[in-house]
Every structure is written in structure tokens, then in C-alpha cells.
Write a protein that binds this ligand. Structure first.
Ligand SMILES: CC(C)(COP(=O)(O)OP(=O)(O)OC[C@H]1O[C@@H](n2cnc3c(N)ncnc32)[C@H](O)[C@@H]1OP(=O)(O)O)[C@@H](O)C(=O)NCCC(=O)NCCS
Length: 166
């Protein structure tokens, strides 16, 4: 199955993107390209026929301190692993003119599928998201992400994601 999102490219009209959250807009306008160049993040966009960006997300490698994980997850992991490898879905946003049409869900599913595929090549035991506010927490909770205590981040185990795509 092909992806609908493509890597951010200079032909994409990133300055026109407006999701209403300044941090996420500014990131795409001014920082994403540099982060991609420096290999700090991979940035995938959903362009329309005029290369206006309908939505975007970023993925990076990360690690989770085991102290943030729940007992139920820890039970499945060997105690020797203090920092656990994971994939960070750092940002996900949909342009205001395309909200409410299922694109947020579509991009989330693409990000999870990419993360699962990557985990078959390089170990990654979860996808971590960094919700920007309480609304974003509610969006991710709807799909089964759980809050990691004391971190502000949210978690979905790769074995759960594997049940969707495996
Ligand atoms: C959150 C966001 C990505 C959702 O995108 P969207 O395309 O409007 O969402 P969808 O149309 O795919 O909706 C999918 C589901 O999420 C729900 N949803 C959408 N926005 C939501 C929000 N802000 N809070 C809670 N749930 C939300 C929808 O009701 C829908 O559920 P339903 O099918 O049961 O009705 C988008 O509103 C956005 O870009 N917000 C600003 C940036 C942001 O908060 N990003 C999140 C992570 S940092």
C-alpha cells in the first residue's frame, strides 16, 4: 500500500500553512527544512494539486526512560533496559481549511504505519507523541495513546501498532 504523504520538498508552499497553532505553523515555515537537512527530523506532508500543504507530521528517533512507563508495560520488558528505543511523532497538524475531513486521522495512521515499518529494521518499542495542548491530548486519547506519567508525552506500544499493520 502506498503512502499519500511525501517528504517535504522545496516545491511545497510551506509558508501558506496555517493550522492555528503558532508553534506548529512557525515550525513548518522556518525550521522543518533545516531539521530535515540536519537529520533531526523527517517531515512528511500531504500536498494538494497546487502543492499547498494540507497537513504534515514529523518523525524522529527518541528514547523513553523506563520510569515513565506503566507497570503493565514494564512487566513485558527486561529490567536491564533503562532507556527504551522509540519513535517520536513530534508534530502533526492539519491546515485550517482542511480540518474535520478525516485528514488528521489519515496522517496519524500513515505516521504509525511508517513507524511500525521502521521498527522492523531498527528497534523501536513504541510511538511517543508530544501533544501541544489539552485538545491534542484528547485527539490522541481517541486513538488509544496513554499519558506517560510526569512527562507530558503520550505512548502507544509498537506491539499494539503491529496488531493494526502486522
Ligand atoms: C488535531 C488535528 C490534527 C485533527 O485533524 P482533523 O483533520 O481536523 O481531524 P479528523 O477530521 O481526522 O478527525 C478525526 C477524529 O478526531 C477528532 N478530533 C479532531 N480534532 C480534535 C481535537 N482538536 N480534539 C479532540 N478530538 C479531535 C474528530 O472529532 C474525529 O473524531 P470522530 O471521527 O469521532 O468525529 C487538527 O485539528 C490540528 O491540526 N490541530 C492543531 C494542531 C494540533 O493540535 N496537533 C496535534 C498534535 S501536536
Amino acid at each position: 500500500m502506498n503512502y499519500l504523504t511525501v517528504p517535504l520538498h522545496t516545491s511545497h508552499k510551506k509558508k501558506d500553512f496555517n493550522c492555528g497553532k503558532k508553534l506548529l505553523d512557525d515550525y513548518l515555515h522556518t525550521q522543518a527544512k533545516q531539521d530535515v537537512k540536519r537529520k533531526l527530523a523527517a517531515c512528511f506532508v500531504l500536498p494538494d494539486e497546487n502543492n499547498k500543504i494540507k497537513g504534515y507530521f514529523t518523525l524522529s528517533s527518541t528514547s523513553i526512560n523506563r520510569n515513565f512507563l506503566t507497570e503493565a508495560v514494564l512487566k513485558k520488558l527486561p529490567p536491564a533496559y533503562y532507556h527504551l528505543p522509540a519513535t517520536l511523532l513530534g508534530r502533526l497538524a492539519i491546515d485550517n481549511s482542511y480540518k474535520g475531513q478525516g485528514l488528521g486521522e489519515l496522517l496519524l495512521v500513515e505516521a504509525l504505519r511508517k513507524s511500525y515499518e521502521i521498527s522492523q529494521e531498527i528497534g523501536s518499542m513504541a510511538v511517543i507523541v508530544d501533544p501541544i495542548d489539552d485538545e491534542a491530548v484528547k485527539f490522541y486519547e481517541k486513538y488509544g495513546f496513554i499519558i506517560l506519567k510526569d512527562s507530558g508525552k503520550m505512548f502507544m506500544a509498537m506491539w499494539t501498532i503491529g496488531e493494526l499493520f502486522g
